[in-house]
Design a protein around this ligand. Sequence first.
Ligand SMILES: *Cc1c(COP(=O)(O)O)cnc(C)c1O
Length: 360
Amino acid sequence: MALPERILMGPGPSNPYPEAMSALGRPMLGHLDPDFLAVLDETCDRLRTVFRTANPLTLPISGTGSAGMEAAFVNLVGPGDVVVVGVNGLFGERMCDVAARCGGDVVRVETAWGRALDPQQLIEAHPAPKLIGVVHAETSTGVRNDIEAVGANKKDALLLVDCVTSLGGIDVAVDDWNVDVAYSGTQKCLGVPPGLAPLTMNERASARRVARVQSWYLDLGMIADYAATAGARKYHHTAPVSMIFALHAGLGAVLDEGLEAAWGRHAECGARIQDGLEKLGFELLAQDGYRLPQLTTARLPEGVEDAFARRALLERFGIEVGGGVGPWVGSAWRVGCMGNTARLRNVAAFLAAVEEVIRW
Ligand SMILES: *Cc1c(COP(=O)(O)O)cnc(C)c1O
């Protein structure tokens, strides 16, 4: 069956970098083959560069972004541990669910959809939480939460950050911001197909891991051996070899371009989308000053029918955009512009197509 080529402007997956797609077709190697292990080592080094960390424990978890979330929580949260979670969208909600399943005593700090979390409220929510969990880029609302301000004042708490939609698209500085554990996903701003969850954890968090991790598969004490340097590496599970080739190559494309240049490209595309949509009568829903360039939430102009317009974009123009979620189902769009999608030619095609479709 022939499949169409799309411009992927939903919340993910984005269009991958061509380097990542062609790496998927490299000859298969055994997962303990020294030539594969050299690629894995270099992938972990490249992840340290994009996370801006020196953490030795930095590796791709097998599974999508949510597996990174689960790995971070299940290794750090046990029964009765107090966990403060910032909730201003779907992924903050997911954090609460995962933390509660680990037995955590969850303290929610909520803010309305479309607004950024108040760092001071997160700090003051509990006198001595074990952990504070925050989503950096809320893909459901298009809002950026301020991580640096939480990291600067968190005292003894561990800071856990979801970087699924931020890594590779906007500045992420794990070490400078005092982030103790962070995870991401491959299919958003990193421009790699879905399937891996890059994760990094510092020594401070490692020393406070739970004694007996409830998950066998995601127990970092065991997985760490798999990402250890060549001699110390032991079998835990079969590495998804081809996906690691793709991540290695995608990170190579990002680093060849330069992290700051990649952030600049996302910023320029996002600004043009937001400006263009406003001119077409859409209303931007994320708080000014906290808007993500890589994910725009916008209320549809009066009289434009959501399902009809999105289907027309997809079928007539080959452009996918995401529908609204939560309170914005049916009334707003989520327009992603991430990874290799973040090109001016895609932005121009998108805005021209939207202009046409909303007049039908
Ligand atoms: C996409 C996303 C996830 C989940 O990632 P999956 O790859 O769908 O499992 C988690 N957090 C945020 C902020 C996301 O955007």
